[in-house]
Design a protein around this ligand. Structure first.
Ligand code: ZN
Length: 270
């Protein structure tokens, strides 16, 4: 029996127990839907947040947001209608595209963009008329978390370095904890580095609020310290991986971790 046969079996078993695909007819009132790479729609009743929704670079291996979904977001079609907030983790090409945000925000004046200053600066450079829709987070490594309140949406943001630390340390990667309607809370981790020395100093921040689900980049599941950070540090009831390559890495397949890998997958929040 060849190794690839074994992997195929393993893959189909995973497909069987895969997370459900989005069905618009029965979209639960509180849910997180996977759009591609680290792009998520988090909704609770009338409140909706998009994370890292616009980007064009797949680096040859990641899931882009399909054109139909992108078009639906731009034309305010359900379930991407009446978005309250767009949250950006960091200004890298597989998470963020300034021109798209300029176009979207210009068209949807009720939407706020919350992003690291590096991303906001790129948006402002292209269009200086959007400033009242922009919330710029200026955070250095080790800074206290910033709390933002936008009409009942609460966001706690902390700077956790990009994977590969200490290289790329100049990139402001933010881990955002978002609560909608005081009801459901999730953590979006961007491309965080899976090293507890970045997370341990924020013990009070993690304790302050438990989360329904954390969405770490998949490498947390297959790194040395990542699993313990997810289990013991960040106070999340479960974790679902994102940023999963189209060709799912073998260690991830074998890890038993839950992860999004197909656009439309959804998790309902109770
Ligand atoms: Zn990145």
């Amino acid at each position: 029996m060849t190794k690839s046969y074994f992997l195929n079996i393993k893959r189909s078993l995973l497909l069987l127990c895969a997370l459900p695909l989005l069905s618009l007819a029965d979209t639960p009132s509180s849910a997180v839907t996977y759009l591609g790479n680290e792009a998520l729609l988090f909704s609770n009743g009338d409140q909706k947040v998009l994370f890292d929704p616009f980007f064009h670079n797949d680096y040859g291996s990641y899931q882009l947001v399909p054109d139909e979904i992108r078009d639906a977001i731009f034309s305010n079609e359900a379930p991407y209608n009446d978005i309250n907030l767009i949250v950006i983790s960091h200004a890298h090409g597989d998470h963020f595209e300034a021109q798209d945000l300029v176009d979207y925000l210009g068209k949807h004046k009720q939407v706020t963009l919350l992003a690291p200053d590096q991303a906001i600066d790129q948006v402002t450079e292209l269009d200086s008329s959007l400033t009242n829709q922009l919330t710029s987070l200026e955070l250095d490594y080790g800074d206290a978390p910033i709390v933002t309140n936008l009409e009942g949406i609460e966001v706690h943001s902390v700077r956790i370095p990009h994977a590969g630390w200490p290289s790329r340390k100049e990139i402001s990667n933010l881990v955002h904890r978002v609560t909608l309607n005081g009801d459901n809370t999730i953590i979006h981790m961007g491309d965080a580095d899976p090293n507890d020395e970045h997370f341990a100093p924020y013990v009070d921040h993690w304790k302050k609020q438990d989360s329904d689900v954390a969405f770490p980049p998949y490498w947390f599941f297959i790194s040395e310290q990542g699993p313990a950070i997810l289990r013991d540090r960040i106070n999340a009831n479960e974790s679902i991986g994102v940023h999963v390559p189209l060709e799912v890495p073998e260690p991830l397949l074998l890890s038993g971790a839950r992860y999004f890998y197909q656009t439309g997958q959804q998790v309902e929040l109770k």
